[in-house]
Design a protein around this ligand. Structure first.
Ligand code: GLU
Length: 305
């Protein structure tokens, strides 16, 4: 059994110098207002132990890490038929790229780039009567905090600067791959991105990914064991923007990052880990977050193969 708390202390000492590297995302103005020097990390084991380090009380918006929950809720309702509307391949282009979507006739490469998440939101919107409330409830029960809220300032800032995401949605609509009102779906999408959690809540919320689809906090089987393996496979190939290959090589875990500097990673059967530090590398991943996860993988000699 690993002494996870002392491992985290060692990881923090290793990662702190990297916190100053990179730049905070500013294409959503409200995101640029965060304290750039934050670092926090939490690890939740499948038997319910929680270990953490750093600024664990401060909440941050989870941004693209929410795409994993969107996919989970959509898979619960559509199963395999969801894949008629979104692919399973790495994109090889930026997370908000438009050109590939044009070439591929409005079917996004995977559910973790913006177009793929937005079309998944559209699918969810068709089957859930109060989608924003349902998403909040999912995070509340799974993170064991009934008070989880949306940062309305960030959601409004994203909506105000929505043009590229709106273009993706309209392009999909022109190809017949979008059913609902674009503005309504975008509001839901931005609300999911602007959900605020601290790093412990984030690790708890995604603990089902390491536990065969079972969430120990909500006591719910969210996905079947097979679906969970499949979701983790997609995270492994597409969860880290255009750096998924490098992350697979260095860290070797399924993962998902967001422009707020949050990253989750999954050691199936063992733990889910979350880390957050706002400064990003050129691809959009937290510099210190990647360093921390690479160090964790090295220290526990993790190897999924
Ligand atoms: N809300 C962000 C956007 O749609 C999420 C991007 C991300 O975290 O990758 O641009």
């Amino acid at each position: 059994m690993y002494q996870y708390q002392s491992l985290l202390e060692c990881i923090e000492a290793h990662s702190r110098p990297f916190v100053a590297q990179g730049a905070v995302a500013n294409y959503i103005p409200a995101l640029a207002e965060v304290d750039p020097d934050r670092f926090s990390m939490a690890l939740v084991t499948v038997d319910g132990q929680v270990f953490s380090i750093g600024d664990t009380h401060t909440r941050f918006t989870i941004q693209s890490v929410s795409k994993v929950m969107t996919l989970t809720l959509a898979l619960q309702r559509y199963g395999e038929s969801l894949w008629e509307r979104v692919g399973k391949e790495p994109s090889g282009t930026a997370f908000n790229s438009i050109t590939q979507l044009e070439f591929e006739k409005g079917i996004p490469r995977n559910p973790f780039i913006n177009a793929g998440a937005i079309v998944t939101c559209d699918a969810l919107y068709s089957r859930v009567s109060a989608p924003i409330h349902s998403m909040l409830e999912a995070f509340r029960t799974q993170s064991a905090n009934a008070k989880v809220i949306i940062d309305k300032k960030v959601a409004a800032s994203e909506y105000e600067h929505r043009h590229r995401n709106a273009a993706l949605a309209h392009l999909m609509k022109s190809f017949g791959n979008f059913d609902n009102h674009v503005e309504e779906v975008l509001k839901a999408y931005f609300s999911y991105c602007a959900i605020e959690l601290n790093v412990i809540e984030l690790a708890k919320a995604y603990s089902y990914l390491s536990n065969h689809g079972f969430c120990q906090y909500s006591n719910q089987q969210l996905l079947s064991s097979r679906q969970t393996k499949q979701l983790n496979s997609l995270l492994f190939t597409s969860g880290l923007y255009d750096a998924a290959g490098d992350f697979a090589y260095r860290v070797g875990m399924p993962g998902k990052s967001g422009v707020s500097g949050a990253i989750i990673a999954v050691a199936p059967g063992r733990f889910t880990v979350a880390v957050q530090s706002p400064r990003l590398d050129k691809i959009g991943n937290s510099v210190a977050g990647i360093e921390a996860l690479a160090k964790l993988s090295e220290l526990i000699d993790f190897n999924a193969f």
